[in-house]
Ligand binder design. Structure first.
Ligand code: SAM
Ligand code: DTB
Ligand code: SF4
Length: 331
């Protein structure tokens, strides 16, 4: 969806926007269920990149220590525990710039994916940059979806990250799509961006061909020691607006109300579910930052009468629309 239309939607009176988003949501997700996803940082800290929101960059004194890649046994234990608490998607994150085929650490990751994918959950990984061959190998090993966020608009991105470019991000997304993985691609609110920046990011994401299978909308968790540590919390109505416009622009995607829920009231979260959010990270830790406790989320979902989505690990990645060009591999 093009910027002008996104802007028109975003400028609607709040209830009118919500009404339209709700109609799109009900047409595409009539069951009204919420997907529960568990995150695990399988390789924490010590990252070479300078993403100014991230506690895992080696450049900032955030208090997050660099750790080695977790053992497969320890990861399997956490994955089974996630399944036992009702998660249907297991997302493994690594604080790397990227991965390269033929390296020991990439072989280890493939081995981990092969085992985790036997558990019946959707398997998502976020490992940084990928080439075409690495993407194919991950798909073959059993990855359902690859998470690679654009985070903000092309224009604002260089103010946030200088060690890699927007085009680098686009290239990885295209490799993941070409390999047949579903793509999970979203961004962060609260990085000092304008509303137009948010909508320009959404323009890029919604114009992907195929559209992403999921779109995480994170609100900045300000991490001590990072350049963005002092940023104010995002207004709850702004989060709901962004969720609503995302629901309309990417109707079939799971729209994930991602980082930042510890700073949101139950009422704001309820508004976001109404506006079209149908997935959350579940469990009291994100990668390094806090997330609401499982019991708290269960209570809220029960209060709202929302069910949970069944896993679909073998789902086919969204298909391309033939009349539109494929997603860009660079700007
Ligand atoms: N290194 C890989 C990469 O950059 O794609 C994977 C891990 S990285 C931590 C995954 C995503 O987490 C980022 O793209 C960003 O959207 C989100 N994220 C990281 N720190 C965050 C924070 N403090 N608040 C909100 N979202 C954050
Ligand atoms: C996404 O969009 N959000 C998740 C997941 N994809 C990898 C990560 C949120 C990280 C929040 C900050 C932290 O835990 O350090
Ligand atoms: Fe590294 Fe990813 Fe954090 Fe950037 S967001 S510093 S690439 S872990």
């Amino acid at each position: 969806m093009l910027f002008a239309e996104l802007k028109r939607l975003h400028s609607l009176p709040f209830f009118e926007l919500l009404k339209q988003a709700r109609a799109v949501h009900e047409a595409n997700w009539p069951e009204n269920d919420v997907q529960l996803c568990t995150l695990l940082s399988i390789k924490t800290g010590g990252c070479s990149e300078d993403c100014s929101y991230c506690a895992q960059s080696a450049r900032y004194n955030s208090g997050v220590e660099a750790e080695r890649l977790m053992s497969k046994e320890a990861i399997m234990e956490r994955a089974k525990a996630a399944r036992d608490t009702g998660s249907t998607r297991f997302c493994m994150g690594a604080a790397w710039r990227g991965v390269r085929g033929g390296t020991q650490r990439f072989e280890q990751v493939l081995d981990i994916v092969r085992d985790v994918s036997t558990l019946g959950m959707e398997v998502c990984v976020t490992l940084g940059e990928l080439g075409a061959d690495e993407a194919k190998a991950l798909k073959e090993a059993g990855v359902t979806a690859y998470n690679h966020n654009l985070d903000t608009s092309p224009e604002h991105y260089p103010n946030i990250v200088t060690t890699h470019t927007y085009d680098d991000r686009l290239r990885t997304i295209r490799h993941a799509q070409d390999a047949g993985m579903s793509v999970c691609c979203g961004g962060i609110l609260g990085l000092g961006e304008t509303t137009d920046d948010r909508l320009k990011m959404l323009e890029v994401i919604s114009e992907f061909n195929p559209q992403p299978e999921s779109v995480p909308i994170n609100s900045l968790m300000p991490m001590p020691g990072t350049p963005l540590e002092g940023k104010e919390a995002v207004d709850g109505f702004d989060v709901a607006r962004m969720i609503a416009v995302t629901r309309i622009a990417v109707p079939k995607a799971k729209v994930r109300l991602s980082a930042g829920r510890t700073r949101m009231s139950d009422e704001t979260q309820a508004l976001c579910y109404f506006a079209g959010a149908n997935s959350i990270f579940y469990g009291d830790k994100l990668l390094t930052a806090a997330n609401p406790a499982i019991e708290k989320d269960r209570t809220l979902l029960a209060k709202l009468g929302l069910g949970t989505l069944a896993p679909n690990p073998g789902m086919a990645a969204p298909a391309c629309e033939e009349e539109r060009p494929l997603s860009p591999c660079c700007g």
